[in-house]
Design a protein around this ligand. Structure first.
Ligand SMILES: *[C@@H]1O[C@H](CO)[C@@H](O)[C@H](O)[C@H]1NC(C)=O
Ligand SMILES: *[C@@H]1O[C@H](CO)[C@@H](O)[C@H](O)[C@H]1NC(C)=O
Ligand SMILES: *[C@@H]1O[C@H](CO)[C@@H](O)[C@H](O)[C@H]1NC(C)=O
Length: 352
């Protein structure tokens, strides 16, 4: 099957009723005993780094690691459930229906991935604990997918967000310096590992494994907000408000985007106006692109509006992040500057 449709994931998509995914896992995760940990390492096809861990973290480093731990634990939940769906032949999860995959290869792949994610999560929490910070505990999760291909597309999308987040994490560790400096290459290795995963998720859809010459960056609060699309509200043992990041309102991308200049329709649960708001896109390693909004209408309590999507003026295939910001006509010089002005986002757009 050749997948031609582009998809849009929005915060509103998570309102699917299903029983939430809960930890701990049968293998003891998030607190496996030494025997269980040895089995996780075997399935992960390798061991965690064994060099010394930081004893001192600065506040940005702590926030960055908390975000990464929240993300890695969410990924363990997601891939555990996806692997179980394939293994248990849940209707819609016949991986063999997706050429060029066969079921055993898919099970082997997700067995490796989920155990690799467990070691990523344990590794990040180990760094926090080494510096006297509490480990991040799992929440409960619900995922807006019911078929194998939807699950692969969503895995591609949230892993693309991670690929934009890890370089920001590396920049934060480098700027903090000190004990955090050795984390820069460690998370470079995680970044590459997650890139290998996206290559598989794209291949499973018959997309070119590598999307673009330069992939889309992010900003920590965009990733923080995106993860919460899958967290059951109020289910986290530690309040998410303790993480020093911003949770934005949801920005829904109503139109299915295509790799050409076009107009997109968006929706937000609040008031917007062309003279006070604009849409900003992050695509590739380009400077953010600001476009005006127009045609605001109210539909079922949401503000709908349109904005141009100038894909043919240098956008990258793969992920584009959209944000509804305060102000008009502003030329943002960084993704973090966009996040600082954002009211609603991220709108996650996947092209090609
Ligand atoms: C697994 O299948 C169930 C039942 O269809 C579905 O609700 C859930 O979202 C699926 N999870 C993943 C990660 O595919
Ligand atoms: C939270 O982050 C902001 C910068 O985004 C910083 O100015 C502030 O000091 C941080 N607060 C704490 C408690 O670390
Ligand atoms: C796409 O839109 C951009 C921005 O408006 C414009 O500069 C460019 O010429 C357009 N390209 C095509 C092929 O229409």
């Amino acid at each position: 099957m050749y997948i031609t449709s582009n998809i849009v994931i929005s915060a509103l998509a998570a309102t699917v009723a299903a029983s939430p995914f809960k930890f701990p896992l049968p293998d003891g995760f998030p607190t496996p005993n030494p025997t269980q940990l040895a089995e996780i390492e075997k399935e992960a096809q390798g061991s965690p780094p064994n060099g010394p861990l930081p004893k001192i973290l600065k506040s940005t480093g702590i926030t960055t690691l908390q975000l990464l731990a929240l993300n890695e634990i969410f990924e363990v939940a997601y891939f555990t459930e996806l692997l179980a769906n394939v293994t248990n032949n849940v209707p819609g999860y016949d991986a063999a229906s997706i050429a060029p995959l066969d079921r055993t290869y898919v099970i082997d792949t997700f067995t490796a991935v989920v155990n690799q994610e467990k070691l990523h999560a344990a590794g990040v929490n180990g760094i926090l604990e080494s510096a006297g910070q509490p480990a991040i505990q799992p929440c409960e999760y619900v995922f807006p997918v019911t078929t194998f291909i939807e699950a692969v597309i969503l895995a591609q999308t949230f892993t693309d967000v991670v690929l934009g987040t890890l370089p920001e994490a590396q920049a934060a560790f480098a700027a903090d310096g000190g004990d955090e400096s050795p984390l820069v290459p460690v998370f470079g290795s995680v970044l590459a590992q997650e890139g290998e995963q996206v290559g598989f998720y794209r291949y499973a859809q018959k997309k070119t494994p590598s999307a673009a010459p330069f992939l889309t960056g992010g900003s920590p609060s965009f990733a923080f907000t995106a993860i919460q699309m899958f967290i059951v509200p109020g289910s986290c043992p530690q309040p998410l408000s303790a993480v020093n990041l911003t949770t934005f309102g949801p920005l829904t991308v109503v139109t299915t985007p295509a790799p050409k200049n076009m107009t997109l329709e968006f929706a937000v649960p609040g008031t917007v106006a062309p003279d006070t708001n604009s849409i900003v896109y992050l695509s590739g390693q380009n400077l953010p692109v600001t476009v005006p909004i127009s045609t605001v209408t109210s539909i079922a309590g949401l503000s709908h509006f349109t904005a141009s999507f100038p894909f043919e003026s240098g956008f990258a295939y793969g992920l584009t992040i959209a944000a509804l910001v305060k102000g008009t006509g502003e030329s943002f010089m960084s993704n973090d500057a966009v996040a600082a002005a954002t009211l609603y986002g991220p709108g996650l757009i996947e092209i090609g």
